[in-house]
Design a protein around this ligand. Structure first.
Ligand code: G4P
Length: 513
């Protein structure tokens, strides 16, 4: 079995995640041609963009898993949606990785979405490798950039290499440890010792490099693997995804430093990847990956043991056994059946509505992987059906979309009103689009007075009854039959919390646990 590395790329939109993904695949020999890069201006689309709506809008909405080999390693790359409106999806994807590759635009530095994504990584101390992209343009001053990353993201930077030149004079990469320059000429590279470099390049570029080397020697800590694994320091790699400069060095660094599968938390104890029994959890459900198949795939991260076709696994939520014959692996838009898969791998399981996000699978042990939450929606819309006869199809469609985590359906207590809850408004667009295209249901969404939602927990049935009888117009039932309190404002929520001190109002809910 080859060692596994499972990671995701995180970045602010436009920093170059798609271009870099394609370059990683190219440099690992997985694809032979580049140039399918998503373009907002043309109808070309990225290998990782599956949904039509994404292509139309030029944003990456769905997240996917791709597997490829590099240097005797199997790499699982999980795609996270770039758009903030799909942050819940991104959050859950990040539960399934062991490290993250943060892409920063050299000119723009640390951007808002990167800050948020790093906060999520920090919740689990995920190790972060940083790629500073777009060195073929002029950007920030080197020290300023490091200061910015360290201050804003609260993580210490340890440059592993340095850029030689910037903008149109970006010539290559200087490897700090080996004291070698790697000069790029098209796809060819030439390795040159630092002392010999001086006579070969422009004085100004050499001087700048010398200054950068001095800064690193004097100001930056040395690379300590333990601090990296604790998420306290990040190794920096420089390059240009579009020019294919520094990508090979990044991949080599990634293989060297990114951790192999790490233990995962359950409600009982940590599961170690070397544990012999199969275990894993579902972090994503995706529909219509291939319109020809019209199916839904549950993405499962294997946490221990291995998969072989015909394996019997146990779904701890439903306590049912499931025989899996044809788990899938993915390479961009291609998919094929797997002969085997190991801890760290992501497998796709055909799902006919029986698997939910957050489900744990074992070989009989009653354990649940934890830390895969739903977040309370922050935006609400009332669903108005254009054709009232379609109400059954609407409910079915919404149920399935909820299972995928695309939205949250809230049925108002004692009423036929259905609200949709979302964390970002684009989620509503996706739901409307998919209801129409996949379920043939036309509806419109109207504004709602509610602004805040909290899941409810009661100490006693009596308390639950009392609460519901007093506040039934503000209570809804979600698609998993949990009770939700809806408030018109944060003040209204605080007042209710004060009045009902024994009731627990919760902002997140562990899925299926
Ligand atoms: P994203 O997935 O993070 O949103 O970023 P994406 O790869 O789509 O890149 C965003 C833009 O940045 C694209 O340009 C892409 O070509 C450009 N880009 C990516 N890497 C580099 C780089 O190393 N140097 C330079 N100079 N540009 C880079 P676009 O104009 O938005 O799209 P397109 O018309 O070029 O496809």
């Amino acid at each position: 079995m080859l060692p596994r590395k499972t990671f995701a790329i995180i970045s602010h939109p436009d920093a170059g995640k798609t271009t870099l993904t394609e370059r990683l695949l190219f440099n690992s020999g997985t694809i032979n041609v580049v140039g399918n890069i998503k373009s907002k201006k043309s109808d070309k689309f990225a290998t990782s963009d599956w949904m039509k709506i994404e292509q139309e809008r030029g944003i990456s909405i769905t997240s996917a898993a791709m597997q490829f080999e590099f240097n005797s390693h199997v790499i699982n790359l999980l795609d996270t949606p770039g758009h903030q409106d799909f942050s819940e999806d991104t959050y859950r994807t990040l539960t399934a990785v062991d490290s993250a590759l943060m892409v920063i635009d050299f000119a723009k530095g640390v951007e808002e979405r990167t800050i948020k994504l790093l906060e999520v990584c920090r919740l689990r101390d995920t190790p972060i490798i940083t790629f500073i992209n777009k060195l073929d343009r002029f950007g920030k001053d080197f020290i300023e950039l490091i200061d910015e990353i360290e201050e804003v993201l609260q993580i210490k930077c340890v440059p592993m290499n340095l850029p030689i030149g910037r903008g149109k004079d970006f010539l290559g990469i200087y490897d700090i440890k080996n004291q070698n320059a790697i000069i790029y000429k098209g796809n060819e590279t030439q390795i040159i010792e630092l002392k010999k470099l001086k006579s070969l390049i422009d004085d100004q570029i050499y001087l700048e490099l010398e200054q950068d080397i001095e800064v690193v020697e004097n100001l930056c800590d040395s690379f300590q693997i333990d601090s990296f694994l604790m998420g306290k320091i990040t190794p920096l790699f420089f390059g240009s995804a579009i020019k294919n400069i520094g990508i090979r060095e990044l991949l080599d660094g990634f293989i060297k430093y990114a951790p192999e599968p790490l233990p995962k938390n359950t409600n009982i104890s940590k599961i170690d990847p070397s544990d012999p029994f199969f275990s894993g959890f579902v972090f994503k459900i995706q529909a219509n990956m291939d319109p020809a198949h019209r199916d839904r795939i549950a993405f499962l991260r294997i946490c221990s043991g291995n998969y072989k076709p015909g394996i019997n696994i146990y779904q701890t939520r439903t306590k049912k056994k499931l025989k899996i014959n044809n788990a899938l692996t993915f390479m961009a838009s291609d998919r094929h059946s797997l002969d085997e898969a190991y801890a760290g791998d992501i497998i796709g399981i055909h799902n006919h509505g029986t698997i939910n996000i957050g489900d744990s699978f074992t070989q009989g042990e009653d354990i649940n992987f934890i830390g895969i939450p739903n977040f309370a929606p922050e935006m609400f819309k009332r669903v108005v059906l254009k054709d009232p006869l379609k109400s059954k199809a609407l409910k079915m469609g919404l149920k399935q979309l909820c299972e995928e985590g695309a939205t949250q359906m809230l049925q108002i207590y004692n009423s036929n009103d259905i609200l949709l809850g979302a964390v970002g408004s684009l989620q509503f667009d996706v739901v409307l689009y998919r209801l129409k295209n996949e379920y043939n249901v036309n509806c419109i969404l109207e504004g709602s007075n509610f602004q805040v939602a909290r899941w409810l927990r009661f100490n006693s049935e009596q308390m639950q009854k009392q609460f519901i009888s007093k506040l039934d117009t503000q209570i809804a039932i979600d698609h998993q039959n949990d009770l939700v309190f809806l408030a018109s404002s944060r003040i209204n929520l605080s007042l209710t919390e004060e009045r009902w001190p024994e009731v627990i109002f919760s902002k997140t809910r562990e899925i299926n646990y």
